[in-house]
Design a protein around this ligand. Sequence first.
Ligand SMILES: *Cc1c(COP(=O)(O)O)cnc(C)c1O
Length: 397
Amino acid sequence: MIKREDFDQVMVPNYAPSHVIPVKGQGSLLWDQTGKEYVDFGGGIAVNSLGHAHPSLQKALADQAQQLWHVSNLYTNEAALKLAKLLTAKTFADRVFFCNSGAEANEAALKLARKYGRDQYNEKKTQIIAFENGFHGRTLFTVSVGGQPKYSKDFAPLPTDITHLPFNNIKTLEDAISDETCAVILEPIQGEGGVNNADPEFLKAARKLCDKHGALLIFDEVQTGVGRTGTLYAYQQSGVTPDILTSAKGLGGGFPIGAMLTTSAIAASLSVGTHGTTYGGNLLACAVASTVIEIVDQPATYANVAARRQQMEQSLQQINEKYKCFTNFTGKGLLLGAQLAESWHGKASEIWKAAVNEGVMILVAGPNVLRFAPALNIPEHIVSKGMESLERAIESV
Ligand SMILES: *Cc1c(COP(=O)(O)O)cnc(C)c1O
């Protein structure tokens, strides 16, 4: 039998997984090797947007698997074009580039912004403005653009002309942006960096300043996208439309896929041969993702997102009354951050471990924030069950 100890024998030690090995999932429940049951409030880090083993996703995958899996980009394919039509019909975008992950979607966005700056303006238009505590992936370019130096410093020399500014600070953005800026990249809600909401005024100011200086506004919606905040993409509630949007995580509901969305005018800079990836547009990934979008983008899903958000906040508030562990709740929809009170600072991962023992899987976002990103269709009674387990975990800590 495979054991957790095997991990330490055969895997690169860049992760420190739990001792629990899940073997089966159904909806928002998971079971480990011993048959113990867990409520899944993490959703594989905001990935399993419709829970585990959703029958429509199983069918989409199985049907496509019978037909054709992969053809490369020497050929186009029906599954990729169907998904691209869905995404462009439902967003500001006219064009889509498919890849396999969030990092790759952002890599494409950043490369496109640099190239577009050169094509439309001049060689000097290369500055990328990003924000402290932002997270954009782990390729060398995206990790350098991310605003957590601990993730990039050991890999220097890093790509240059990247400026990091405090999030939600209009003044410092005003001061830093210039005609040499090719892009401003941000998450509408910083996920990994602590579940920090962008102020609506900050987004509006970023849009204005980008327009003034001919810079592209990139929204990294890898975590906030695909219904998580109560609309298909978070920008649709903000009144601010980006020039480029990146999507991944929830897009495949558990099957790896990423996408970069943009307008025709901007997309034109990625002309034939300028960028690519072998698996981009893979038929299995695209068939599943189209089904995810069709199911997620329905009023019933968004109603559940709103109702479960309210329920989770209420339960956490009740826990808070007993243990005084939280200061406030951040995020939107089913991306929920519970900010730990000062006396609980540093305890997020201890709570995570205790929660697993009590039968509920949560996420953290740094040492001081519990993060919840359950399936968008998680039922009320499963939320109640998970919250009871979480309360026991917090009591034990
Ligand atoms: C997870 C995440 C990424 C990276 O996605 P990968 O699929 O891990 O490469 C990028 N941006 C945001 C906002 C994310 O949450």
